[in-house]
Design a protein around this ligand. Structure first.
Ligand SMILES: NC(=O)c1ccc[n+]([C@@H]2O[C@H](COP(=O)([O-])OP(=O)(O)OC[C@H]3O[C@@H](n4cnc5c(N)ncnc54)[C@H](OP(=O)(O)O)[C@@H]3O)[C@@H](O)[C@H]2O)c1
Length: 327
């Protein structure tokens, strides 16, 4: 049994200091699996939510009293270290990235994934950290904008939380779809968000965007800080309000507005089938290669600093992705 596999584990829910680094045996790839040496893993508000079981709904997926999945981390960049005997898509040494999804476990030196998991080759020039950040943000933002909003040329879209990990990619995707983008963020992030193509930038500390009337086809609240009720009047006829944060209120608004002129929708993108995510990652690679989407990264931490990474993410001050590098 080979050792040399560090994992970040937690035996109970709580603050960042519940996270511990421990050494465990390296997993062995089954016949249809690849063993990936993780180079970087993204640290997100979703990880923080699972770590502390807040919101409560995370306990439905990860255990009521104690976490069932002890190792967090869903989006990774790495290199294929070994392949099972039936694997045809990957070879040892391939640079890869992608999403483990709700199975989690990416915050480790090594992880085994089925070869048809949501993992693809990393394009030249995209490092493991940027790739891990892109995977998380793109696989969340794209289904909202493409599938729920069916965004098209000329649509007016407002993105609240534009400087968040998901927001910086949502802005670029909306621009790519040909929408006119109004971005809401702090003034200190306005330059960054303009550079990503937003036409209008609203300083969230100076202006309450929800007072607009009949202004947007799509309001995408990436950080889930508003509500359908407050945003409804700002939507145009046929408009849709999207939020990433599930709650009883968002589910109720989604059900009760299904046939209304102004609708609400929440999605749990992490639960999408791996095959769909795999296809989306291939499209992401094409968008990165064409220059339509670029990674936006904030801080990079070492594995030993994983608790500090969680604390920084929770502070809500970052712009773009935060990653932990394993080396
Ligand atoms: N539904 C799903 O399937 C799904 C999947 C993944 C993640 N999520 C959820 O998506 C949410 C966003 O995740 P993320 O990783 O993109 O977040 P993040 O990067 O951690 O967001 C941080 C940014 O949010 C902005 N912000 C903070 N408070 C705000 C407020 N009151 N109004 C507007 N912006 C505010 C701040 O930017 P400024 O200071 O510039 O405003 C901050 O830099 C999380 O709640 C996560 O759990 C949902």
């Amino acid at each position: 049994m080979e050792m040399g596999n560090r994992q970040v584990t937690q035996s109970h829910y709580g603050a960042p200091d519940v996270l511990e680094v421990r050494e465990v045996p390296r997993p062995v790839a089954k016949h249809n699996e690849v063993l990936i040496q993780v180079k970087a893993v993204s640290v997100t508000l979703a990880d923080c939510a699972f770590r502390q079981a807040d919101p409560f709904v995370t306990r439905l997926f990860n255990g009521f009293l104690r976490p069932r999945k002890l190792v967090l981390g869903s989006d990774i960049g790495g290199v294929v270290a070994a392949v099972g005997r039936d694997v045809t898509r990957f070879a040892v040494g391939d640079a890869v990235f992608g999403s483990i999804g709700s199975a989690l476990g990416g915050c480790a030196d090594y992880v085994c994934l089925a070869e048809d998991a949501a993992v693809v080759r990393r394009p030249e020039g995209l490092d493991a950290g940027d790739a891990a950040g892109l995977s998380y943000a793109y696989l969340t933002a794209m289904p909202f904008l493409r599938d729920a909003a069916q965004l098209k040329q000329g649509d007016r879209v407002l993105i609240n939380g534009a400087s968040s990990s998901i927001g910086v990619i949502a802005v670029q995707l909306a621009v790519h779809f040909g929408a006119e983008v109004t971005a809401v963020c702090s003034a200190r992030h306005a330059g960054l968000i303009r550079s990503l193509g937003a036409t209008h930038v609203i300083d969230r500390h100076a202006v309450n965007f929800t007072t607009a009337q009949n202004a947007y086809d799509v309001i995408f609240d990436v950080v889930g800080k508003s509500s359908f009720r407050r945003c409804k009047a700002a939507l145009r006829q046929g408009g849709i309000y999207l939020t990433t944060v599930p709650s009883p209120a968002t589910f109720w608004h989604m059900l009760s507005t299904r046939k209304s002129a102004r609708r609400a929708q929440v999605m749990l993108t992490g639960l999408r089938p791996a095959l769909d995510k795999h296809k989306d990652l291939l499209q992401l690679v094409a968008l990165v290669q064409s220059g339509a989407v670029r990674p936006v990264s904030d801080r990079c931490y070492l594995l030993a600093q994983v608790a500090a990474a969680h604390a920084y993410v929770e502070a809500g001050l970052k712009s773009g992705a935060v990653v932990v590098e394993m080396a």
